[in-house]
Design a protein around this ligand. Structure first.
Ligand code: PKZ
Length: 243
């Protein structure tokens, strides 16, 4: 398949649907919880609240944890782990640990499909990392930068028409990447050789290139993934799938 041609697999098409805002009440509520929990995380790591207030806040958070913990939990989402779903056909990646609005540990990176001035397809990820992601003082932790690259490069490789898993990811950190500032990740496919999809990406703060990455993805057999997803649905008991 020609690189950059339309995504032909239906579940990949649903990524595009989710960008287009497919909605459901369940998805809205999950996303509200994700946003609120993220705000708690941000305030918790950077709070200057007096100690007695911290005690009251801890009580309240423990109560929330108890309330939600009363319901069974497990793999409630559809699709493959990274590409979690919060309901219906939309929200394909809502539980992604990097871009999922409903996943409180995601910054989240907001993904979109775009094209270069020359018309080549690219993936753009926009994100502002909050206080919880601090590595060097005032800067984003390098591991989280690598994770953001994995996500944008991962979506870029899916434009090959035969997506797969990350086999190798290499990051060059050029400048400190600031916390609390909007960053733009750009990713593209460089070439495809059989099962191998080579990608590259860059991270910018304004015009400043702070990091760049390249990664190799190996196309995977969808029937194997579908089988793993099926086994997960049948067990749904929190156990790891057998690879
Ligand atoms: C789940 C699917 C999602 C798709 C969704 C897309 C849409 C939504 C966007 C989501 C964006 C998020 C994207 C996050 C993606 C992860 O984070 S994936 C998680 C991290 N990665 C992993 O866990 C992968 C673990 N590794 C593996 O499972 C297997 O090693 C692999 C990578 C599938 C390859 O296994 P394999 O298919 O058996 O490959 P194999 O036949 O051994 O090798 C094929 C060729 O590749 C070469 N190769 C294999 N591994 C390497 C390597 N590490 N270095 C160099 N060359 C290598 C081999 O040498 C061989 O070369 P040739 O001899 O043909 O020249």
């Amino acid at each position: 398949m020609e690189i950059g041609s339309k995504l032909t697999n239906s579940w990949l098409d649903s990524i595009v649907d989710s960008f287009n805002g497919v909605d459901s009440d369940r998805r809205r509520q999950f996303n509200r919880i994700g946003t609120a929990t993220r705000a708690v995380i941000e305030s918790v790591v950077a709070s200057k609240a007096p100690t007695e207030q911290l005690g009251l806040i801890a009580d309240a958070i423990e109560k929330v944890a108890e309330d939600i913990g009363r319901f069974p939990s497990g793999r409630v989402y559809e699709g493959f782990a990274e590409a979690a779903n919060t309901g219906g056909n939309g929200g394909f990646m809502d539980f992604s640990p990097i871009s999922g609005a409903a996943n409180p540990i995601a910054p989240p990176v907001e993904l979109s499909l775009s094209s270069d001035p020359d018309g080549s397809p690219i993936v753009v990820g926009v994100v502002t990392f909050g206080s919880a992601y601090e590595g060097p003082p005032g800067s984003v932790h390098g591991g989280h930068i690598a994770a953001a690259f994995d996500e944008v490069l991962g979506l870029a490789q899916s434009m090959s028409g035969s997506p797969g898993m990350t086999a190798r990811l290499s990051v060059n950190y050029r400048k400190p990447t600031p916390l609390g500032e909007p960053l733009t990740f750009v990713a593209r496919i460089v070439k495809k050789e059989g099962k191998k999809v080579f990608t590259e990406g860059k991270c910018y703060f304004g015009d400043i290139l702070t990091a760049e990455a390249d990664a190799l993805f190996i196309s995977v057999d969808f029937s194997k993934l579908a089988q793993l997803a099926g086994e997960r649905e049948r067990t749904n008991d929190g156990q790891k799938p057998q690879l």
